[in-house]
Design a protein around this ligand. Structure first.
Ligand code: PAF
Length: 325
């Protein structure tokens, strides 16, 4: 009898402490606009696992994918007023809040994934994350969206001339819009959650995004032609709300930063995987893919758009990035 009573008592204590932990766990929201099988979602899984482990269950993470909390611009505003805890966003709309990050959105700036990741993980990346921190946002870690490629519903695009006249949805980013204007494309800025319907209804002819997005957001259902232009590297960043951040101890802030880095690593691995495997899948799904693109033709066409950046912000950061090659 004594043994049974003791076992029951131990079980009771264990149960009580479990429910206390459960009660005490603070739920952290993570918003992003891609689907729950996307590269961002893979990153959220790693962020969640790492944060829950490091904090011993003090924090738990709830993912809100597919633009459930709004488009990227709206979510960044949500961070600033504290209605969302954390967000994974491309830098597309970030320049509207932190103009110093516009430099990252210049076309053909980075030669490949290695260079882009190295710059973002180094001094330049840290300097830009610090700028993010001066604008009522907290930059936890650089993560990744990937090199963007052009898709459309009308024709194969092999040269910039083939793209001329197309109506292309762009991100709400003046550097991207300027580059497309140089190609005589009509850029139509739009939040991502509106894109699928706009393509379906023919409001726009095309869009541009990394393979991972085209695949996991099912854009192949409404786009027949893809060209591997890789015209711009699209960085992403994990941001936190200053309201959440200021409520955390230094130790807790360290857990968040570490967890965000784990998320970024997982996301980058998924982007790399889909960059090759994804193209094959898109072909299997019926897309025509122009693979051997003479990128120098596209690069020459968009080159004059650099002045939109340099006229406003000078060329210091641009030179730093170029010299890091
Ligand atoms: O096209 C965009 O807006 C972005 O690339 C996306 C898909 C929201 C991912 O950050």
């Amino acid at each position: 009898f004594a043994r049974t009573a003791l076992t029951t008592a131990i079980a009771g204590v264990a149960l009580a402490s479990t429910s206390l932990t459960a009660l005490a766990a603070q739920t952290i929201t993570v918003g992003h606009t891609t689907s729950d099988n996307s590269h961002y979602s893979v990153g959220v899984d790693a962020f969640k696992k790492t944060l829950e482990e490091l904090s011993g269950g003090e924090f738990t993470v709830e993912e809100h994918p597919s633009g459930a909390l709004g488009g990227e611009r709206a979510m960044i505003e949500g961070l600033q007023i504290g209605t969302i805890d954390t967000v994974i966003t491309s830098t597309g709309p970030l320049g509207n809040f932190v103009p110093e990050t516009y430099v990252l959105d210049l076309p053909f700036l980075f030669a490949d994934y290695d260079q882009a990741r190295c710059v973002l993980d180094g001094e330049i990346g840290q300097e830009l994350l610090d700028k993010v921190g001066q604008n009522n946002l907290v930059g936890l870690a650089w993560t990744e969206n990937g090199f963007r490629h052009l898709t459309n519903s009308l024709r194969d695009v092999k040269t910039p001339e083939d793209a001329s006249g197309l109506k292309i949805r762009t991100m709400e980013n003046q550097m991207h819009m300027a580059a497309f204007e140089e190609m005589d494309v009509h850029p139509t800025p739009m939040a991502f959650p509106e894109l699928f319907t706009a393509l379906q209804q023919g409001t726009v002819d095309g869009q541009e995004n990394p393979v991972s997005v085209i695949l996991t957001s099912n854009l192949w259902e409404v786009q027949d032609h893809m060209t591997l232009t890789g015209h711009v590297y699209s960085p992403a960043v994990m941001l936190a709300s200053p309201v959440l951040w200021n409520s955390l101890s230094e130790e807790q802030q360290g857990w968040f930063t570490q967890a965000a880095k784990a998320g970024a690593e997982a996301t980058r691995a998924e982007v790399s995987r889909l960059e090759t495997e994804g193209v094959k899948e898109l072909k299997d799904k019926g897309m025509t893919v122009v693979e051997n693109v003479d990128k120098s033709q596209f690069q020459d066409a968009v080159e004059p758009s650099y002045s939109v950046y340099t006229d406003q912000y000078g060329s210091e950061m641009l030179d730093k990035i170029r010299n890091s090659e």
